[in-house]
Write a new protein. Sequence first.
Length: 194
Amino acid sequence: MHRKGFTLVELLVVIVVSALISAFTIQYGKIGQNQVALNVEAAKVSQLILQAKELAIATYTSTAATCAFGVAFDYAAQTYSLFSYAPAGAPPCPALASTTALTAASVQQYEPQSWKVRVTPGIVMQSAAAGNDVLRDVIFYPPQPATLLSRDGATLMNPSDPLNPPLTSKVYLRTADGSATAVISVNPAGQVSL
């Protein structure tokens, strides 16, 4: 009886092809995982901005010292925070037209789980993106609520200022390997889009 087996060359070809298929599958899986993480992070950031807007509407008739709610982005620390805005002397809250600056004393932690939320590992918030339209802070000031945007973390662009109308500001997210990006836009009317 004559037995025929595989040659060494045939075995090596099968091993090399299997290794290539495995490498492509692992790489494709990693890219897909990064894309999912990016989309989840973008959704979390958008949801937090919308939560600040909802809180501003819901607490408008409240007698608390909180005048508005907002979200701050700390690009150096790679964190973002939901905050309540209570300037010195509130209540009563100052008129919208006089709300032009954001100070550390006026920003207060709203709740621990939404304060200094770290960006998911593998995702980066970019502070130096395509232009100077990077969002540092957004505040929703009731009753409408009016949307106050800040690109420098201190000066609030007032939507009722005819000389310096605010422009849409953005949060830029990307995967750490640079394979994918996401942009969250907040316009002066308070609309949030991905």
